[in-house]
Ligand binder design. Structure first.
Ligand code: F6R
Length: 364
């Protein structure tokens, strides 16, 4: 049941600290910082290429993972949505691996893409929340998220546990490839260990998201912007907002705004900036100034130093805890979920079962 929560989505958002911990410590031991994964049919040290394929929110987890595998493990990564990948003729090198991310393990597009990669001679790795699923059964290696059953159609805890597992995998590959310093990798894992408690703190004060959600519930268009590791989170924020509240939301790489979507900016349009203090921050700051100069209302998601730097031009600022920049996309998913949840709840839409959507998409 839903317990004291109004919707399964709210309950599942609040379960995240716990299930992220389960997932992390399923693979990771902090006492000696060791990572234990299932046996792999390939050596990550000599992997020529990693192909990542998924749909919807799981695809955005893959986009974040691409940054991690490239930056930390220095593996060439190709990513695609399942419904495109399966109809392309992608170049798959001998000995390559393909990773399929799916909460349900049943998305038909993802399953067909898996078979396409198998025909292309790739080693098949699945990251699923349902170990008995078809995608799991057809894979060489199965990594699990321990999110527990997700009832709400919109994915929340499955996504954050996917990210936890993917970052742990990327760190493991980086160690085996000797591609990043021990200090950097230890700092990433230490920050990941602290993350569930930090998210627990954020979830203690959800009332503070109500006034801005009330404003969002009245608008027609919303822009979500981020760069680097925050770009996929901006995409995820826009997807969640549109599917739950039926508000037109666009997620964009902040630097791409000037190449088109800036035309949408008129007086009062809310622009949500996913902006932790990271290597992209100054660029995002100048995008925020462009938004402000055109009368857009900036909703700033950042940490203390980011808000010190930019808070004056924001209509609303929300301070999140400090964490390692590599871990920030997981933390910044939480406000994105809360904004869409409270906006939808304010509009009175069917949060757990939005119109036209199904939990498991087993058709093309
Ligand atoms: C959005 C959402 C969907 C799913 C997508 C893939 O909130 O939940 O976009 O992420 O349908 O589903 P899985 O991960 O089961 O393959």
């Amino acid at each position: 049941g839903k317990g004291n929560y109004r919707h399964f989505m709210e309950k599942e958002i609040h379960e995240q600290p716990e299930v992220m911990g389960y997932t992390l410590f399923h693979y990771y031991r902090s006492a000696d910082r060791s990572i234990a994964l299932p046996d792999l049919p390939f050596d990550p040290a000599s992997l020529p290429k990693l192909t990542i394929v998924a749909a919807g929110t799981s695809f955005y987890a893959g986009m974040v993972a691409k940054y991690w595998f490239e930056t930390l493990a220095r593996i060439p990564v190709e990513i695609d949505i399942a419904s495109e990948f399966r109809y392309r003729n992608p170049v798959m090198p001998e000995g390559g691996a393909a990773l399929f991310i799916s909460q349900s393990g049943e998305s038909l597009d993802t399953l067909m893409a898996l078979r396409h990669a198998r025909d292309g001679g790739q080693h098949i790795v699945a990251l699923v929340n349902q170990p008995e699923s078809t995608i799991a059964r057809e894979s060489d290696v199965v990594l699990e998220t321990l999110a527990g059953p997700e009832i709400c159609v919109a994915s929340t805890k499955a996504f954050t546990t996917q990210l936890v597992a993917l970052l742990t995998l990327a760190v493991d590959f980086a160690r085996r490839r000797g591609s990043a310093s021990k200090e950097q990798l230890d700092a990433v894992m230490d920050s990941l260990v602290h993350l569930p408690a930090q998210i627990g703190e954020v979830l203690k004060e959800t009332e503070k998201w109500l006034p801005v959600s009330h404003e969002l519930s009245k608008v027609r268009d919303v822009l979500y912007l981020g760069r680097g590791l925050s770009y996929p989170i901006a995409m995820e924020g826009a997807l969640k907002l549109k599917e739950l509240s039926y508000i037109h939301a666009e997620g964009y790489a902040a630097g791409e705004m000037k190449h088109g979507p800036i035309a949408l900016l008129e007086e009062g349009v809310p622009v949500i900036m996913v902006a932790p203090m990271d290597p992209w921050f100054e660029k995002v700051a100048s995008n925020a100034m462009e938004v402000r100069a055109r009368g857009g209302r900036v909703i700033l998601l950042s940490d203390r130093s980011g808000i010190n730097r930019l808070g004056d031009l924001a209509t609303w600022s929300f301070e999140l805890p400090e964490c390692d920049p590599m871990v920030a996309p997981i933390l910044y998913t939480i406000p994105v979920q809360l904004l869409s949840y409270f906006t939808a709840a304010e509009k009175g839409t069917d949060v757990d079962q939005p119109r036209n959507l199904a939990k498991s998409v087993t058709v093309e």
